[in-house]
Design a protein around this ligand. Structure first.
Ligand code: SAM
Length: 208
């Protein structure tokens, strides 16, 4: 299971970008996002998307981020903190994959015990300045290049590299809306809310 922790969310000021962090995390395979304080706007957006597009992505609040991280590690979870000051993702990702998915690593980083289960991973992403303890508690401080950019870009690239693109095919049984990729136009499938059809009704439109 992959969890994302958003450290230092600044309410009104960050509500849009924090929503994007949450939705990107969901779209790229995380199971939940943890904030250090509640936010009705972000929480509502996450719930609305999950209701229509399916799955079980959760918005959570941790009273103490430090206790949460310590407990996560105590339960054998792996913690990665995304920061422009960290080790370059190009070099460190094979080791992280080998540690989180012991049976999927490359020959050089595979653990000896091939039957080992995947580990839970907590990815910490900042907003304002990240406290020093986060760097110290993390098993990995990972940079997505050493230039400052965006938390949305950082989480997207990290999760995509971690799962090697697999989550770009995610679909959920309980979705009421789905997109069928097509070369031109939009192909959207809506569930039959009237209950006339067990399956999905197909709606096509060519308006770009
Ligand atoms: N100056 C801030 C700091 O001290 O980390 C940067 C804030 S940045 C707008 C917000 C978050 O985006 C960072 O905490 C980090 O998680 C992520 N981020 C930005 N650039 C990154 C990079 N090159 N590599 C990894 N993460 C990055």
């Amino acid at each position: 299971m992959i969890e994302v922790m958003r450290l230092g969310h600044r309410g009104e000021r960050d509500k849009r970008i924090s929503t994007h962090v949450a939705l990107t995390s969901r779209a790229l395979g995380a199971s939940n996002i943890i904030f250090t304080s509640g936010d009705k706007h972000v929480h509502g957006s996450v719930d609305r998307i999950t209701e229509s597009w399916g799955g079980d992505f959760q918005f959570k609040v941790a009273d103490s981020w430090k206790s949460y991280v310590k407990e996560f590690k105590k339960n054998n979870g792996v913690v990665a903190h995304l920061t422009m000051y960290g080790e370059n993702i190009n070099e460190i990702m094979p080791e992280i994959i080998g540690r989180v998915y012991p049976t999927e690593g490359t020959e050089s980083n595979k653990c000896e015990n091939q039957k080992e289960e995947p580990k839970n991973l907590l990815v910490i992403i900042g907003a304002e300045k990240v406290p020093r303890e986060a760097y110290e508690l993390a098993d990995y401080n990972v940079s997505v290049g050493n230039q400052p950019h965006s938390e949305v870009a950082a989480i997207a690239i990290f999760l995509d590299r971690l799962t090697m693109g697999k989550n770009l095919y995610s679909e959920y049984e309980d979705a009421t809306i789905r997109v069928i990729p097509c070369k031109n136009g939009k192909n959207v499938i809506m569930s039959d809310l009237e209950g006339e059809c067990d399956d999905f009704d197909k709606e096509c439109s060519e308006d770009n």
